[in-house]
Design a protein around this ligand. Structure first.
Ligand code: CP
Ligand code: NVA
Length: 304
């Protein structure tokens, strides 16, 4: 049966471990220059309805480096934008492609795609989740910290799509996750409840950034206004001001804290220039690891 990654709850702890192991192996092979063309003859389709630099380019590069091909499909140029039903597009594309990565607004649309597609479907970001981002970020945590157990992970900022994927990861892997968000900008309560039902790991939500940062091994932040929320930017800038990850907040964390951001970053908003460019920042590793993790994900899903 085909496997999709629509949310991280689609994965077991064992699936996560396989992805981590293979991504690290593939990274090592790549850095040693060992040729691997195991994706020869395979084609990945990328349907994107929102902007992207890292996700698009890392998926495309993953396919090229492993001998496969990718086709970028701007959703607005397809018949989807002229109301061809998703279920028809999904079935047609399944006759051409081996795998499909989709970046769009609605999680329901993604679900419908996956339901009708006979090829694996990967969530490359929706309004609700960004699962592959958190998979590759965990790889960075493992590299820097030797694992993810017994680490205090602090999310500071908006309770958004990336935060939701961290909540899902916490529920599957048993992470210790504290999220500090302004009141009114907490993560979706249904997503939190579903995660808590698993009784695995510790998920705490607070409106105090210092409580989250206190003794943290990882501090993670993301933009205050996600794609699609541009109209709220001015209000959000005011509300989120006390949530900036700056030197002062980082000083509350453990001495060797790593500071993470999925990028793109807004210096002087959710993160200060000094912290983003400082010694605790691992953001460039995060961006690189998207390439290695996407290779591992594609390999497993395309059945190599
Ligand atoms: N982090 C991330 O998903 O970046 P892009 O929006 O550039 O793909
Ligand atoms: N939360 C951000 C993540 C971008 C990678 C957004 O959805 O715009």
């Amino acid at each position: 049966m085909k496997k999709d990654i629509l949310t991280l709850l689609d994965l077991s702890k064992e699936d996560f471990e396989i992805f981590f192991r293979r991504a690290l192996e593939l990274k090592k092979e790549h850095n040693k220059g060992i040729p691997d063309k195991s994706f020869a003859g395979k084609t990945l389709g990328l349907i994107f309805d929102k902007h992207s630099t890292r996700t698009r380019l890392s998926f495309e590069t993953a396919m090229i480096q492993l001998g496969g091909t990718s086709i970028f499909i701007s959703a607005k140029d397809t018949q989807i934008a002229r109301d061809e039903p998703v279920r028809d597009t999904a079935r047609v594309l399944s006759r051409y492609l081996d795998c499909l990565a989709i970046r769009t607004f609605s999680q329901d649309l993604l679900k419908e795609f996956a339901e009708y597609a006979t090829i694996p479907v990967i969530n490359a970001l929706t309004d609700l989740y960004h699962p592959c981002q958190v998979l590759s970020d965990l790889l960075t945590v493992i590299e820097r910290k030797g694992g993810y157990k017994d680490l205090k992970i602090a999310w500071v900022g908006d309770g958004n799509n990336v935060a939701h994927s961290w909540i899902n990861a916490a529920a599957v892997l048993g992470l210790d996750l504290t999220l500090a968000c302004p009141e009114g900008y907490y993560p979706d309560s249904k997503i939190v409840e579903k995660a808590l039902e698993r009784k695995c790991g510790k998920i705490l939500i607070t409106s105090d950034p210092v409580e989250a940062a206190d003794g943290a091994d990882v501090i993670y932040t993301d933009v205050w206004a996600s794609m699609g929320q541009e109209g709220e930017q001015t209000t959000r800038k005011q509300v989120f001001k006390p949530f900036q990850v700056d030197k002062e907040l980082v000083s509350k964390a453990s001495e060797d804290v790593i500071v993470m951001h999925c990028l793109p970053a807004h210096r002087g908003e959710e993160i200060s220039e000094e912290v983003l460019e400082g010694p605790n920042s691992v953001v460039w590793d995060q961006a690189e690891n998207k390439l290695h993790m996407h290779k591992a994900v594609l390999e497993v899903l395309m059945g190599n």
